[in-house]
Design a protein around this ligand. Structure first.
Ligand SMILES: Nc1nc2c(ncn2[C@@H]2O[C@H](COP(=O)(O)OP(=O)(O)O)[C@@H](O)[C@H]2O)c(=O)[nH]1
Ligand SMILES: [Mg+2]
Length: 199
């Protein structure tokens, strides 16, 4: 797989709409979105890990095999920004989710160790309202004991009212990489048929 950073969109006019499919990675700040993108692409420093998002209100696009895009939403729930910046971010998100051509599929990254928060619920709500199918993953599963994994996945599924359990993933150890890639490619190859079930 090849992967390269292509663009950072701060305004609606900058969203990429070239007909290629866009897989958006959403989740709270620090949940491991960048780590998961690096894991899936196999490019270690593609997305900057552990960095506070310099400019939060951006959608970052990565070209995958020059055939589709991964888009990172880095500012979601980042606390240390001004009120004005939060409003800008909310407006950009709203515009991003408003047009079906902006997003093909979503990957909602949650933290395997915690019950989903109000922000996680809000994110799931954005996908549902927009009619965009999404896959939920539970990252940082390496931090759990083996016996804790299943109850944690069940709690996340219940809280977010998912019809399937989230996929357990670790951006650190690589757990779940193939399963997530398979789920993404299965969804993309099926395309956006009407009635595509969400997860
Ligand atoms: N133990 C563990 N740490 C992780 C994992 N994924 C990310 N991290 C750490 O969590 C922090 C935030 O990760 P990052 O990918 O930057 O999160 P983002 O803000 O959602 O993009 C970093 O210190 C990562 O090293 C994981 O699966 N396991
Ligand atoms: Mg990040």
């Amino acid at each position: 797989m090849t992967a390269r950073f292509v663009a950072s969109a701060a305004r609606e006019e900058q969203f990429i709409r070239d007909g290629k499919q866009v897989v958006v990675f959403a989740g709270r700040s620090n949940v491991g979105k960048s780590s998961v993108i690096n894991l899936l692409t196999g490019v270690r420093n593609l997305a900057k890990v552990g960095k506070s998002p310099g400019k939060t209100a951006h959608v970052n696009y990565f070209a995958i095999d020059e055939t589709l895009y991964f888009a990172d939403l880095p500012g979601y729930g980042y606390a240390k920004v001004s009120h004005a910046e939060k409003l800008r971010w909310a407006a950009l998100l709203e515009a991003f989710f408003a047009k079906p051509e902006n997003i093909t599929f979503g990957v909602l990254v949650t933290d395997a160790r915690h019950k989903p928060t109000a922000l996680d619920l809000q994110m799931a709500g954005l996908f549902r309202q927009a009619g965009i199918p999404f896959l939920t993953i539970a990252n940082k599963v390496d931090k759990l004991k083996a016996t804790q994994v299943r109850p944690s996945l069940e709690q996340i599924a219940e809280t977010l009212e998912l019809t399937r359990l989230p996929l357990p993933v670790s951006g650190e150890t690589g757990t779940g990489k193939q399963e997530v890639l398979r789920a993404i490619y299965r969804e993309l190859s099926e395309g956006r048929k009407n009635g595509t079930p969400e997860q």
